[in-house]
Structure formats: C-alpha cells, structure tokens
Ligand binder design. Structure first.
Ligand code: PMP
Length: 368
C-alpha cells in the first residue's frame, strides 16, 4: 500500500479517508467505459439498466454483509451524516408527545442534539462532557424511558476516539445510531436498531453518499407533510430514486462491498483485523505512558480513531512534522481537542499501523 512509485503515503485521515488500492485501481480502469455500458459510470442515467444493477447489487451485498433482516429498508441518500441529524428528528420526533433521548459521548452527538431540539423535546440520558468525553456510559448509568420517541447514540465518536462495544439497552424504544465512523468495520446486530445511518467517506467509499438502514415500522410514523427529499417514507417508496442519487459514490460503495466480502473475508474477520491494528497503537500508549497520553478510557477506546496527546505538549508539533516527513499524513487531532489522532479505518493496512507504531517508539526514545 505504501507505494513509492505511486507516491502514496500512509494516510491517517479521519475522512474522507484512505480507500483500498484495489478499489482505486478498479475505478481508474473502468472510468472511461464501465463494462457493458460503453460509457463512464459518470455519464449514464440514474434510471438506466446499468445503474439499476449497481444499486441492486450494492444493496444486496450490504444486506449480506450485515445480515439485514427483510423488514428493514436500505436508503441511499445525500446531504452527509449531518443532514441525518435533522431528518431523524423531522421524521421521528416532530409532533410526538414523547421526548427523544440522546446519549452524549462526543462532539458529533452534540451537533445532532442541536438539530433535534428544533423538532421536539430532547432528553439527555447521559452526558460525558464534564469528563471530557473519554468514555461511554455503563448500563447502570443510563436511565432510558421505554416510551421515548427513540434513543440516539453515536457508535464511534470520531473526534474523541470513543466507541461503544455493544448497543445500549433501550427497554423497547427504537434505537437510532450515527454509525458514520465505524460502519462496516465490524458486524452489527441490525435487529436491535430502529434506524442506523452513516456517511460513506470513512469505511464505505466516497463523500456524497449517506446510507440509512431503517425498520419499516418507523416509516409508518413519519409525518404526512414533510418535504419529499426529507421524508424517509418517500425515499423508501421510490427506492432511493426520488431524484438523482449520488451515482458515482454508490458505484464506489458497490466496489467497497465486494472488496469487503472477497478480499477481507467479511465483517467478522475484518473486526478482528481492525482490533489487532488499533491494539498496536494502544500498546504504545500503555507502554510509553506519560510520554503519550491516550484520550479515551481503555474500555471505551475506538478501534477506528486512536486519539492521544504527548505529555510534553510542545513536542506535538515536532511529532507531526517528523511524521509527515516519513509519510504519515493527517495525524493532527481535531482542532477542538488538539493532540494526535490516527484514524485506522478498514483500508489502512497493518503495515501502515506498524510503521507508525515503530515511529512512535523511536520518537519517544529520541525525545525523553
Ligand atoms: N457523525 C460522525 C460520527 C462523523 O464522524 C461525521 C464526519 N466526520 C459526521 C457525523 C458528519 O458527516 P458529514 O460530513 O457527512 O455530514
């Protein structure tokens, strides 16, 4: 993957993130003429037979990868994960007597709450902010209302690097999840969810596509007077073709689903691989404690975004500059928290993580 001839770096971007090289090569190969179409995938109608096939296979592959039950619908949308912050509340909270409960474990959840409040009552079931968003709550810390409109959580907070290892127990209210930064990195028990959404530009391809997997029963509750493009029910009824969908990003997503199944061996195997990758970096944080300070508490550590600071803050700049020179890019932590963030999504190979691991150990030796 670290191919000097191609001048490709070890890209630790939080998103849009590294894509698998075989997928990029396939896009390059077929860009001028998609097999059987005689034209680029960028040039064909979204209502053509070719696009029908691309959409159908993409959905089929996703259903197989995640074992999505038949009574869930898969929606291909635009507007990014952030539009979902609004759409969820418009579709599932507007006009409801009961509140929606939000479990707040980081920056993205906070932004979702701002939008939800425009539509109805929001109850914060747990707030991790005073502790600096370092962990997810334990089951006993949550007081969830079975009658809530829904219970919302962010499975992986990309900025803080805090991830849930299992779903919160709602006691009956529909569970809604922003899975943007760990979607397709591990198996998900879809049957536990009412709705789960993710933008594509981390593990699922290119920016422009946002996916939602929604239980049919929730579509029945959607208010009747929503704008078409903001209405899950209409999008589902039109099979994601209410307007021109993000055709190129859907095509890339299709290639990613094939890669996940054929090259990576499915989500169980991938989850194991991702755990092993992240562990290499957490081992350094644990072994070089004091020099490196991990942000998340060990039991809430993200397998996708490894966040840490240097004990000597003034060395962070040097760390980033030296890393950059060695071909480790986009390691700077989010501007709101500072420090370092290594995003190690599906397409980051183990060898890239090992190279960073060795750099971290060697950097510590030189600077302590
Ligand atoms: N939620 C999470 C967890 C994210 O990581 C991001 C993007 N970094 C978003 C939402 C926002 O995604 P988008 O830019 O597609 O709106």
């Amino acid at each position: 993957m670290h191919d000097k001839a191609l001048e490709r770096v070890y890209n630790f971007s939080p998103g849009p993130a590294a894509l698998p090289l075989p997928v990029l090569r396939e896009i390059q190969r077929d860009l001028l003429s998609y097999p059987g179409a005689g034209a680029s995938v960028l040039e064909i109608s979204h209502r053509s037979g070719t696009m029908d096939e691309i959409l159908a296979e993409a959905e089929e592959n996703l259903r197989r990868l995640l074992s999505i039950p038949a009574d869930y619908r898969v929606l291909f949308m635009q507007g990014g994960a952030r539009l979902q912050f609004s759409m969820i509340a418009m579709n599932l909270l507007r006009g409801r007597q009961s509140a929606a409960q939000y479990i707040l474990t980081g920056s993205w959840g906070k932004k979702a709450i701002v939008e939800a409040r425009r539509e109805g009552e929001v109850d914060l079931a747990w707030i991790g902010e005073e502790e600096g968003f370092r962990r997810v709550p334990t089951g006993s810390e949550l007081s969830l209302d079975p009658g809530a409109a829904y219970v919302y959580f962010t499975s992986n907070e990309t900025i803080q690097g805090v991830q849930w290892s299992q779903e919160p127990e709602t006691g009956g209210a529909p569970l809604v999840c922003d899975a943007s930064s760990d979607f397709l990195s591990r198996p998900i028990p879809i049957e536990r969810y009412g709705l789960l959404f993710a933008c594509a530009q981390k593990n699922a391809g290119a920016a422009g596509l946002t996916l939602a997997i929604v239980h049919e029963s929730l579509l029945e509750q959607v208010p009747a007077d929503l704008h078409g493009m903001l209405d899950y029910r209409q999008i589902a009824a039109q099979k994601s073709l209410l307007n021109t969908p993000p055709v190129f990003a859907i095509y890339v997503f299709l290639l990613i689903t094939r890669w996940l199944e054929k090259e990576m061996g499915g989500l169980e195997a991938l989850a194991e691989h991702n755990r092993a990758k992240a562990q290499r970096l957490y081992d350094v944080l644990d072994q070089e404690g004091g020099f490196y300070e991990g942000h998340a508490e060990p039991e809430s550590r993200s397998q996708m975004n490894v966040t840490f600071r240097l004990g000597a803050r003034e060395l962070e700049k040097t760390f980033l500059e030296e890393g950059q020179r060695r071909g480790f890019t986009q390691l700077r932590g989010h501007r709101s928290v500072g420090g370092i963030r290594a995003s190690v999504y599906n397409a980051m190979p183990l060898e890239g993580v090992e190279a960073l691991q060795h750099f971290m150990i060697e950097f510590r030796k030189r600077h302590s």
